[in-house]
Ligand binder design. Structure first.
Ligand code: PBG
Length: 329
């Protein structure tokens, strides 16, 4: 028997071609930014146990690694450094011959048109693993910002295309903008980790760059997870300070925040699909509990649907391969 229904949404779902035509969101290679860990141990390719498929890459190998990444169609990487020396003030973050400066230079030589972004923070460079200079157990804000400015200029001098401060110190975007301009880097954009929550999902990353804090946590500067309104305030401060791209981090647990920022601001939005989000899917896929390709693609489309333009993700290489095979959406 046939009912006389006027509305049958399934009409548009019956054929693959038709579904493709009415699809509202798409993932493209140009949406992807691939995070990379670079170590001073020049020839190393060290697997990261909690992030299957990710490695610490040595300085001698990083150019070649990036050539391959660009060859897959990925337009950008973001670099995190493992320095030879750590100290109380994270001094090696500002060294012109430090691991990131060297990595940027060799990537620029190997593949000049790949967009190279650098993470600006001190936690990878301090002996105590905190994001800034300490006085007792307190992170000193303004003293830290001064060092971050020098770190950012060091990266830009080495050829970095985009500076991405992830430290969450107050006032750092304004100060870094001023420092970049003073060093004639007028056209080097800042992608601000503006809405960065104090999240448990960063666990595997801290293994990857050996930056777990030796005491305490990061709640004195990163945002409190239950807060939503505060995200708009933090984003507005960074925008007024000259941020070119805003970022929300982590991704999946904060889709509402991405949508809030999308509705409120008109700059490009990035989302960081962080290490713990990656590891969860990888672990479930390894156990055969989830279909990796399907769930990773679905996750990326959730970011696009929420309003993100750019996605920092450790899945980027797999995604590029799947897109090249005609997957995607
Ligand atoms: C700080 C920084 C962190 C991440 C990116 N930049 C760690 C932290 O705030 O503790 C986390 C990224 C991830 O989990 O994938 N330099």
């Amino acid at each position: 028997m046939t009912y006389d229904f006027l509305h049958r949404p399934r009409r548009l779902r019956m054929k693959t071609r038709m579904r493709d035509m009415v699809r509202e969101n798409h993932l493209r290679h140009d949406d992807l930014i691939y995070p990379l860990f670079v170590t001073y141990e020049a020839d190393a390719k060290k697997p990261i146990a909690s992030m299957p498929g990710c490695f610490q890459h040595g300085l001698n190998r990083i150019g070649e690694v990036c050539r391959e990444i660009e060859g897959m169609g990925i337009p950008a990487v973001i670099l995190f450094g493992l320095p030879e020396h750590k100290d109380e003030r994270g001094s090696s973050a500002c060294a012109p011959d430090g691991v990131i400066a060297k990595a940027v230079a060799s990537i620029k030589q190997a593949c000049p048109s790949l967009i190279v972004m650098t993470d600006v923070c001190l936690c990878e460079y301090t002996s105590h693993g905190h994001c800034g200079v300490l006085k007792g157990e307190e992170i000193l804000n303004d003293e830290t910002v001064e060092i971050l400015c020098r770190e950012a200029v060091t990266h830009a001098n080495a050829g970095a295309d985009v500076i991405a401060p992830s430290d969450m110190m107050d006032g750092r975007v304004a100060a870094i903008r001023e420092a970049l301009d003073a060093a004639s880097h007028l056209y080097t954009p800042i992608m601000a980790y503006s809405v960065k929550y104090a999240s448990g999902f960063y666990g595997p990353f801290r293994d990857a760059v050996e930056s777990a804090p030796s005491f305490g946590d990061r709640r004195s500067h990163q945002m409190d997870p239950p807060n939503r309104r505060e995200a708009l305030r933090q984003a507005r401060i960074d925008l007024n300070a000259g941020a070119d791209v805003l970022m929300v981090k982590p991704g999946l647990p904060y889709l509402d925040i991405i949508r809030d920022l999308r509705n409120e601001f008109d700059v490009p939005l990035a989302v960081y699909n962080v290490s713990g989000e990656y590891s969860m899917l990888k672990a479930a896929a390894e156990k055969g509990w989830l279909d990796e390709r399907r769930t990773v693609m679905e996750t990326m489309l959730a970011f696009k649907r929420a309003g993100a333009d750019l996605i920092l993700t450790y899945h980027a290489l797999d995604l590029a391969r799947w897109l090249n095979e005609g997957d995607g959406a």
